[in-house]
Ligand binder design. Structure first.
Ligand code: FES
Ligand code: FES
Length: 232
C-alpha cells in the first residue's frame, strides 16, 4: 500500500484518497465524501447505533477474515485503512437491486417507521449473519443491543430478525416455553404471572406478521473480501 494515501474498500469498490483530514469520522466520510447517506448519524457519540456499518479485515493472529459491526461515528476514517466496509447501500435496495432478506423481513414485520434507525439495525443483523448464518435468539438480542429505535419499538424488529434463527420454524417463532411461542422468552409477561396476557393476547403477539413468502437467506451470495486486501 502507498502509506501516504488512505486506501480501503466500500461495498466492493476501491477508495483511495490522498487528502483526508485525519479528524474525519467514517460516518462523515461515507455521507459527505462518498454520498452514501444510508448510514445515519443520530447521536454522533456511539449511543444509538444509527451509524452501524460492517468492517471486514484479516485477523493479524490467524490471517482469517473477520467481520464485525462498528459505530461509524466513533471510527476515524483513517482507521479503516486496508479494510473492507459494507454499508446498507451495499447489501440491497429497492431502486438498484433487490432488498436483502434482512430488509425484506423488517419491512414485512413493519419494523421501520421513520426509518432513521433502520440501516443501523439492518447492518448489525447483517454482521451477525456474516459470522453466524444460523444464529439463535440470544445472538440476535446481543447483536442489536447497541441499536436504539424511538418509534417502532423493538417488538416487530425482533420478530423479523428472529425468523433467521434456529429457533424459527415455518416463519413463526418457537421457543422453549412449554411449546408456546412468545418472542419475549423468559421475560414473557405470562411467565411472570400477568393475568392480562390471556391466550388470545398471546396468539396475537406471536402472529403479527406472516413470513411465508419471504426469500431464504443465502450466505453464498454476499460480497466477498477484496483480493487486494489479502495480499498486503
Ligand atoms: Fe449514534 Fe453513531 S450516530 S452511535
Ligand atoms: Fe424511527 Fe426506529 S423507526 S427510530
Amino acid at each position: 500500500f502507498d502509506q501516504n494515501s488512505l486506501l480501503f474498500y466500500v461495498n466492493g469498490k476501491r477508495v483511495e484518497d490522498q487528502n483526508v483530514d485525519p479528524r474525519t469520522t467514517l460516518a462523515t466520510y461515507l455521507r459527505e465524501n462518498l454520498k452514501l447517506t444510508g448510514t445515519k448519524i443520530g447521536c454522533n457519540e456511539g449511543g444509538c447505533g444509527a451509524c452501524t456499518i460492517m468492517v471486514s479485515d484479516l485477523d493479524p493472529a490467524t490471517d482469517e477474515i473477520r467481520h464485525y459491526s462498528v459505530n461509524a461515528c466513533l471510527t476515524p476514517v483513517c482507521s479503516v485503512f486496508g479494510k473492507a466496509v459494507i454499508t446498507v447501500e451495499g447489501i440491497g435496495s429497492v431502486a438498484k437491486k433487490r432488498l436483502h432478506p434482512i430488509q425484506e423481513r423488517l419491512s414485512v414485520a413493519h419494523g421501520s417507521q421513520c426509518g432513521y434507525c433502520t440501516p443501523g439495525f439492518v447492518m448489525a443483523m447483517y454482521a451477525l449473519l456474516r459470522n453466524k448464518p444460523k444464529p439463535n435468539m440470544e445472538d440476535v438480542d446481543e447483536a442489536i443491543q447497541g441499536n436504539l429505535c424511538r418509534c417502532t419499538g423493538y417488538r416487530p424488529i425482533l420478530e423479523a430478525f428472529y425468523t433467521f434463527t434456529e429457533n424459527a420454524e415455518n416463519g413463526t417463532l418457537k421457543n422453549s416455553m412449554n411449546g408456546n411461542s412468545c418472542p419475549m422468552g423468559e421475560k414473557c409477561c405470562k411467565m411472570n404471572g400477568n393475568s392480562k396476557c390471556n391466550d388470545t393476547d398471546r396468539k396475537e403477539a406471536t402472529k403479527l406478521s406472516s413470513f411465508e413468502n419471504v426469500r431464504e437467506y443465502d450466505e453464498t451470495q454476499e460480497l466477498i473480501f477484496p483480493a487486494e486486501l489479502k495480499l498486503n
